[in-house]
Write a protein that binds this ligand. Structure first.
Ligand code: HEM
Length: 416
C-alpha cells in the first residue's frame, strides 16, 4: 500500500512542473485578466512549441485549442506521473507490477482511472446536485446578509467566495465545516508553488491524515454523503487508502477552484462595467456569462500536462516518447482561430467550448457543480448588492501569482 507521503509526492508533480517552467509563462504579474507575458510573446510561434525547462529537459507547450484537444483526447498522452514521470521526475519511477492501490485518479490512466471515475460519476447524481442547488442559494444569501449586517465593506474572498464552495464540498463529502481550518490552510500550502517541498509534503500528509480519520468515521457510521455512497456502492470495495485519496482530491479540487472563479469573476466584472451593466439588465445572460468568464480567466493556468508514452504527432509536430506536454490553457482559451477578438471579455459571445474544465477522460468531474455555484454565487451577489464596487484601487488587489490556481488573495469591496 502506498503511504500518505508517497501520495503527497505524486500530487506534488504539478507543483514540480510549475517550478520548472519559466516564470513569465506562469505569472501574470500585475495583469490579472491577461495570459502571462511569456505566453503572449510566444503568440504566432505555432500551436505546439518546443520549450526548455529549468532542469534542461525539453518539453512542449500547446497553445492551440484543436491541438490541446488532440493531446487531452488521446490516452497515449499519460496523466500517470509514477509510471511516466516525464521531464519533471518528481520521484523515481515506482516499479508498479500490478494495479495501483491508491485512489488519486487525476494522475491515473485507463483502466485504473476508468473504474474510479465511473464510481465517482455515479455519486455526482442529478438528485444530489439538485438538492445542493437550493442549499447553495441559502448559503449565498446567508453570507450576503452577514456582510450587510457587519457594515458596508468586506473582503469578498473570506466573506463570500471561499465559504460557498467550501461549505458545499463539506456537505457533499460529509466533512464537518467547523473543521475547515484543518483543510483550507493545508490545501493553500499544498497549492502554493513557492512552498518548499518538505513543507508542502507535510501539509499534504496532514491533509491525508485528516481525511483518513473521516473515512474511518464513515465506515463506522455511514451517512447520505458521497463518501458513504462510495463505501456502500463500490464492488469490489475501495480500500481506505483509495477512499482517502478520493476525498483529498475532491476536497482540494472542489473548493479552491470555484472560490477563485468567484473572486476573479467578480473582479473582472467590476473592471468591465459595461459588461456588468449588460448582465444586470438581462439576468438571462448569466449562463453564457459564466462560460465566457471561464474562458477569459482560465484560472487553472499551466496545471494540465501529460507525458507522451510513445512517439506522437500533434499539429504536425513530432513529440518523442517520454516528453512532457504542457497545455497553456490561458492561451488555448484565446485561440484566435476559435474566437474573434479573444482578449476581450464579451458576455454576449456565441458559445464555443473552452478548455477551462479540460477535455477528454479527465475533464472536470465537478464542472456542473462549479457552474451551479457560480450561477448562484454571482447571480445573488450582483442582484442583492446593486451598488457593489471595489473598495481599493484595482492595482492594489493582491493577485495569486504564486499559486497553482490563479485568482485574487483578497477583494475589498463596498456596496454603500
Ligand atoms: C471553476 C471551477 C473549476 C475549474 C476551473 C476546474 C478545472 C478542472 C480541470 C482543468 C480539470 C482537468 C485536469 C486534467 O485534465 O489533468 C479538472 C479535473 C477535475 N476536477 Fe475540476 N475544476 C473546477 C471545479 C471543480 C469542482 C467543484 C470539483 C468537485 C466537486 C472538481 C473536481 C475535479 C476532479 C475530481 C477532477 C479530476 C477528474 C479526472 O481526473 O477524471 N472540479 N478540473
Amino acid at each position: 500500500m502506498t503511504t500518505p507521503a508517497e501520495q503527497a509526492r505524486r500530487t506534488d508533480s504539478v507543483a514540480a512542473l510549475q517550478r520548472l517552467l519559466p516564470v513569465d509563462l506562469v505569472e501574470r504579474g500585475g495583469r490579472p485578466f491577461d495570459p502571462p507575458a511569456g505566453l503572449r510573446q510566444r503568440r504566432g510561434h505555432g500551436a505546439v512549441q518546443p520549450l526548455t525547462l529549468a532542469n534542461g529537459a525539453g518539453a512542449w507547450l500547446v497553445t492551440g485549442l484543436e491541438e490541446a484537444r488532440a493531446v487531452l483526447g488521446d490516452v497515449r498522452f499519460s496523466s500517470d506521473r509514477v509510471r511516466h514521470p516525464g521531464a519533471t521526475r518528481p520521484q523515481p519511477a515506482a516499479p508498479h507490477a500490478g494495479e495501483r492501490t491508491d485512489g488519486n485518479f487525476v494522475f491515473m490512466d485507463p483502466p485504473e482511472h476508468t473504474r474510479l471515475r465511473r464510481l465517482l460519476t455515479g455519486q455526482f447524481t442529478v438528485r444530489r446536485m439538485r438538492a445542493l442547488e437550493s442549499h447553495i442559494s441559502d448559503i449565498a444569501v446567508r453570507h450576503i446578509e452577514a456582510m450587510r449586517a457587519a457594515g458596508t465593506e468586506a473582503d469578498l474572498v473570506p466573506a463570500y467566495a471561499l465559504p460557498i464552495p467550501s461549505l458545499v464540498i463539506c456537505e457533499l463529502l460529509g466533512v464537518d465545516y467547523a473543521e475547515r481550518a484543518e483543510f483550507q490552510e493545508r490545501t493553500a500550502i499544498a497549492l502554493n508553488s513557492t512552498t518548499p517541498p518538505p513543507e508542502r509534503a507535510r501539509a499534504a500528509t496532514e491533509l491525508y491524515r485528516f481525511m483518513g480519520k473521516l473515512v474511518a468515521a464513515k465506515r463506522a457510521e455511514p451517512g447520505d454523503d458521497l463518501l458513504s455512497g462510495l463505501i456502500r456502492d463500490a464492488d469490489p470495495p475501495l480500500t481506505d487508502a483509495q477512499l482517502t485519496d478520493v476525498a483529498v482530491v475532491l476536497l482540494g479540487a472542489g473548493h479552491e477552484t470555484t472560490a477563485n472563479m468567484l473572486g476573479l469573476s467578480t473582479f473582472a466584472l467590476l473592471r468591465n462595467p459595461e459588461q456588468l451593466a449588460a448582465l444586470r439588465a438581462d439576468p438571462a445572460l448569466l449562463d453564457s456569462a459564466i462560460e465566457e468568464l471561464l474562458r477569459f480567466l482560465s484560472i487553472i493556468q499551466m496545471g494540465v500536462s501529460r507525458v507522451a508514452t510513445e512517439p506522437l504527432t500533434v499539429g504536425g509536430v513530432d513529440i518523442p516518447a517520454g516528453a512532457t506536454v504542457v497545455i497553456a490553457t490561458p492561451e488555448v482559451n484565446r485561440d484566435p482561430r476559435q474566437w474573434d477578438d479573444p482578449d476581450r471579455l464579451d458576455l454576449h459571445r456565441r458559445r464555443a467550448s473552452h478548455l477551462a474544465f479540460g477535455h477528454g477522460i479527465h475533464q472536470c468531474l465537478g464542472q456542473q457543480l462549479a457552474r451551479v455555484e457560480m450561477r448562484v454565487g454571482l447571480g445573488e451577489l450582483f442582484a442583492r448588492l446593486p451598488r457593489l464596487r471595489l473598495a481599493v484601487p484595482a492595482d492594489q488587489v493582491p493577485l495569486r501569482n504564486e499559486m497553482l490556481i490563479f485568482g485574487v488573495h483578497s477583494l475589498p469591496v463596498t456596496w454603500a
